[in-house]
Design a protein around this ligand. Structure first.
Ligand SMILES: *Cc1c(COP(=O)(O)O)cnc(C)c1O
Length: 373
């Protein structure tokens, strides 16, 4: 079940100014003409409806999604911009995609032919993209012979439009420039002098647009993680410009009480208060995507106190130990900024020895999403 919980005070706030800033600095850095907002997986779990609206406000002109269902969801939300499905789709859905003006990727001549057959007699045309596998070894054409044959098939079908040809880099967010260069040489080897040319080509994700924009054409940037203001590079590479995290995670205190030195907290009764203080409970747990092993993380209380999560993160609730009393209803920030204090997803990833990308993809649908300025 995919539900959200507007009657609970646990929210993801999405900052419009952050998204506008992130898109602008990356677009400028890459001298890009167009930004394709890649909003797969519920917009990296930030929330698709909200992030789609923010992306368009920020200047994105089109969308990239992982699968047809996500693209259909965007159409159902009313978006009329071009949508690329970046994963492979079964040819039997060619008609559905054509009806909704969604571009599908195919990586064999046979799947292209089968897609065309679905459209015979419908009066519909389907935009087709051809991924070229230059070294990620995930999807796409790896042999020039297969690519040429596929383009011949595609060109012979008047129900299909040769919309684009593209590749995806394996090391764009790493210092491995040699592999970037290798993939570029593979692109040249595979795609020179083809029997037909697509309407457009695209190459850049966040990493290329950030660290290697001079290497290859970046007219169209397929912008994923950078849009959210996250540097997802491993090992962490320094940013040539500043990104601002779009997401904050906040909850309001539902329970507050004094705690005596030695009192146990949470399942297992393993944590004991090191001194007298106060314990506040917030309605966010690991079912919301906050890490199961988040104990010990800081939490920023609106009154300026910095507490720590203690006693384990439960499914739906967490407890925070603070020095001074806190009123029920006070806002607590688990990710985000309060005054001059901030907790980033990077902090959380380091504390929990997890990947920042995995963490940012974990936020549950049941958290309410709110757009703030
Ligand atoms: C996910 C994805 C992107 C976006 O990548 P980021 O590194 O998050 O910007 C771009 N292109 C393809 C093919 C993808 O799968």
């Amino acid at each position: 079940m995919n539900y959200n919980a507007p009657h609970r005070h646990a929210v993801i706030e999405l900052s419009q100014s952050a998204v506008v800033h992130n898109l602008k600095v990356i677009k400028e850095n890459a001298h890009a003409k167009e930004i394709m907002a890649v909003l797969k997986a519920n917009a990296f779990s930030h929330g698709l409806p909200e992030m789609a609206a923010l992306s368009i406000t920020a200047g994105a002109t089109r969308f990239g999604m992982a699968m047809l269902d996500e693209a259909l969801t965007l159409r159902d939300l009313g978006y009329v911009q071009p949508i690329d499905v970046l994963g492979l789709t079964d040819s039997r859905y060619a008609r559905l995609a054509a009806e909704r003006n969604i571009t599908l990727a195919f990586s064999t001549k046979e799947s292209i032919k089968a897609a065309a057959e679905q459209l015979v007699g419908t009066g519909l045309t389907l935009k087709v993209s051809l991924p070229v596998d230059t070294g990620l070894n995930r999807i796409g054409f790896k042999s020039r012979e297969d690519l040429v044959a596929a383009i011949q098939e595609l060109s012979a079908q008047d129900t299909l439009i040769f919309q684009s040809m593209w590749t995806h880099f394996a090391t764009a967010d790493t210092p491995n420039v040699d592999y970037v260069d290798f993939q570029i040489s593979e692109w040249q080897r595979l795609t020179h002098d083809l029997p037909a040319e697509p309407i457009e080509k695209h190459f850049a994700n966040t990493g290329i647009a950030t660290w290697y924009p001079e290497k290859i054409n970046t007219d169209i940037v397929r912008l994923g993680i950078g849009l959210f203001g996250i540097n997802g590079s491993v090992p962490i590479m320094s940013m040539p410009f500043e990104l601002i995290p779009a997401l904050s995670l906040k909850a309001k205190v539902v329970n507050s009480k004094p705690l005596k030195k030695g009192d146990a907290v949470g399942y297992g009764a393993e944590y004991h208060a090191p001194n007298d203080g106060y314990l506040i409970t917030i309605p966010i747990g690991h079912s919301d995507g906050y890490p199961f092993n988040g104990s010990g993380m800081r939490a920023l209380v609106a009154d300026g106190q910095i507490g720590h999560i203690v006693g384990g993160v439960a499914m739906d609730q967490s407890m925070i130990f603070v020095a001074n009393p806190v009123a029920v209803g006070t806002t607590v920030t688990l990710i985000g900024r309060v005054g001059d204090q901030s907790i980033t997803m990077q902090d959380l990833a380091e504390h929990t020895q997890s990947s920042i990308v995995a963490l940012m993809n974990d936020f549950a649908p049941r958290l309410q999403r709110i757009i703030v300025s």
